[in-house]
Design a protein around this ligand. Structure first.
Ligand code: CO8
Length: 263
């Protein structure tokens, strides 16, 4: 399998059109070291370019999605090194700029950078007893990979402020109730089945429409409402220039169910 080229992640295709990356540093609860992130970015880029992959799952183990950035690696970092190397910035550029949709499947710990990584995905699924949190405050620092900004947009300032200032964890069930997770599952097995099922559904659609849908939804987080709506309408108009719009709408008119998309 292709996974042999990596030491910290495993690759598989659990279903047609679905690429899965499993974080695999079990002894460190999948702490996000630089080597792990380099491999993750490389694998994400390859899946994004691979026509046989149409949706991507990022998973951890049953015990830990990821227990944060690697504290042992960061311990001796200095301000000048962090600043000059733009520490952490590169970690999030690949995953947040993919064309293909990503699903984070979170079981166990998703702390610090682990929580931030899960929040960078397009869809977040988790087990009901998953443990999310931004415990950086306990280490004398703060979230550094978008945690404060993305958590607030997902669950609101009141809860996010409390979580970030106390470092307290919250459960998968709470993550769903508060709108951070799209769905919870009773077990790790059910979680992985659910993530694969959703990725398969997405993989069955026109990749051009999927890319456009992901793009407009993500722009809603950046733009004021009127600009976002204008952007959506422009992209909607543009899709009438695609072959897949003709294929999809003709299939509906002809009551065809087995659709062969051009992309
Ligand atoms: N970094 C390095 N090693 C870790 C980390 C980590 N974040 N988390 C766990 N480990 C290691 C432990 O050191 C231990 O190794 P060893 O056996 O060599 O001592 C091994 O994993 C198992 O851990 P525990 O024995 O502690 O397991 P427990 O089941 O007792 O506890 C916990 C599990 C509660 C998850 C505990 O390990 C813990 O509190 N971990 C640290 C959580 C944390 O503070 N995370 C935030 C880190 S800071 C951060 O993420 C900054 C964000 C920067 C941006 C990141 C970009 C994406």
């Amino acid at each position: 399998s292709v996974s042999s080229q990596y030491e910290n992640i495993l690759l598989e295709q659990p279903a047609d059109g679905v690429g899965q990356i499993t974080l695999n540093r079990p002894k460190a609860l999948n702490a996000l070291s630089t080597p792990l992130f380099k491999e993750l970015n490389d694998a994400l880029q390859k899946f994004d370019e691979d026509p046989s992959v149409k949706a991507i799952i990022i998973a951890g183990s049953e015990k830990a999605f990821a227990a944060g950035a690697d504290i042992k690696e960061m311990k001796d970092l200095t301000f000048s090194k962090a600043y000059s190397s733009n520490f952490i910035q590169l970690w999030s550029t690949t995953i947040t700029n993919l064309n293909k949709p990503t699903i984070a499947a979170v079981s166990g710990y998703a702390l610090g950078g682990g929580c931030e990584l899960a929040m960078m995905a397009d869809i977040l699924y988790c087990t009901s007893n998953a443990k999310f949190g931004q415990p950086e405050i306990k280490l004398g620092v703060i979230p550094g990979a978008g945690g404060s900004q993305r958590l607030i947009r997902a669950i609101g300032k009141a809860k996010a402020m409390e979580i970030i200032l106390t470092g307290k964890t919250f459960s998968g069930e709470e993550a769903e109730q508060w709108g951070l997770a799209a769905k919870t599952f009773p077990s790790f097995e059910e979680l992985m089945k659910g993530a694969t099922g959703t990725a398969s559904i997405i993989a069955g659609y026109s990749m051009m429409a999927v890319k456009a849908a992901k793009e407009v939804v993500n722009q809603s987080q950046e733009l004021p409402l009127s600009e976002g709506i204008k952007f959506e309408r422009r992209v909607f108009h543009a899709l009438f220039g695609s072959q897949d719009q003709k294929i999809g709408m003709e299939a509906f008119a002809n009551k065809t169910t087995d659709i062969k998309w051009s992309h």
